[in-house]
Design a protein around this ligand. Structure first.
Ligand SMILES: O=C(O)CCC(=O)C(=O)O
Length: 283
């Protein structure tokens, strides 16, 4: 499932690539069933109120099925075509917009608050678990915007904004140039960490669900937080920049929840750097 040279060139020039077929319908059904089981397990453990936060970032440290999805060859082969054979999974996140909600994502560049610098060695794989189109609030990309540096962002702390600080890039975005990232369930898009992207509200009758993976090469370093963590998903890492965490073996094991708390606390020192208000409650 490697990408063709032409697809790699397209990614390098535009900063994104889609649609790519990652999972078929029965596989999507299985992933959704695992997700529902995880939610039931969270409730059984008294974690209902924490559920939105636990799946909003770093779900791969808590739920074995996330690791299975992240390491599926149809997902990872295209990532390897761009980043090379040594791959780390830095985060796994659910971006969910309920049916008929005003949740949005403002125009931003992912790398702004992650403490990872301006690297080209980070990529997002965004997997659709529902129909994702303009009506349900698909992402929009601004072609080739990844060729810019990280530009200044301002924080809005808007509750309807799914981003940690409601951050938005502090320059005019020419919406006419934007591309709608429409995906069917099981398809995915890839985007660069400096790509300008946003998404609108969900006015459809169904939830819009994206399962989102952030991959790095071992050469990437955490430059703001004291330490950072990742899960090795391919190849080797002889660089020593990351604390490696093994995949979980069952949903919400007590030791994994403890580790998860430590990881979030460490990463928050980068994510919240300079923030004047509390981050979104899902953080
Ligand atoms: O799911 C969305 O609407 C936005 C996701 C996003 O900003 C990202 O994956 O980087």
């Amino acid at each position: 499932m490697k990408l063709s040279d032409e697809q790699v060139d397209q990614y390098r020039s535009n900063g994104y690539l889609f649609p790519l077929d990652a999972f078929n319908a029965p596989q999507v059904e299985m992933i959704v069933a695992e997700f529902e089981q995880a939610q039931a397990d969270a409730s059984a453990l008294g974690l209902e109120s924490e559920w939105p936060r636990l799946i909003r970032a770093n779900a791969h440290y808590l739920l074995p099925f996330i690791y299975q999805v992240a390491t599926a060859p149809r997902l990872l082969d295209p990532v390897e075509s761009i980043l090379g054979p040594d791959l780390l999974l830095w985060s796994a996140e659910f971006f969910i917009k309920g049916a008929h909600t005003d949740k949005i994502v403002s125009w931003h560049q992912d790398l702004t608050y992650w403490g990872l610098g301006e690297t080209d060695d980070e990529i997002t794989a965004w997997v659709a678990l529902s129909e994702v189109n303009v009506e349900s609030g698909c992402m929009r990309f601004l072609p080739s915007s990844h060729q810019q540096r990280i530009l200044p962002h301002r924080d809005t702390f808007d509750e309807a904004n799914l981003l940690s600080r409601g951050q938005e890039v502090a320059v005019e975005v020419d919406e006419q140039q934007a591309v709608n990232v429409e995906l069917h369930p099981g398809q995915m898009s890839l985007h660069h960490g400096r790509m300008f992207h946003a998404s609108g509200p969900n006015s459809s009758d169904h939830d819009r669900i994206g399962l989102v993976f952030r991959f790095l090469t071992p050469s990437v370093r955490q430059l703001v937080a004291k330490r950072d963590y990742a899960m090795q998903v391919r190849g080797i890492d002889d660089r020593g920049n990351w604390i490696h965490v093994a995949p979980p073996t069952r949903n919400f094991a007590a030791a994994d929840l403890e580790l998860y708390k430590r990881i979030r606390a460490d990463q928050l020192s980068a994510l919240a750097e300079g923030a004047t208000q509390e981050l979104h409650k899902a953080y």
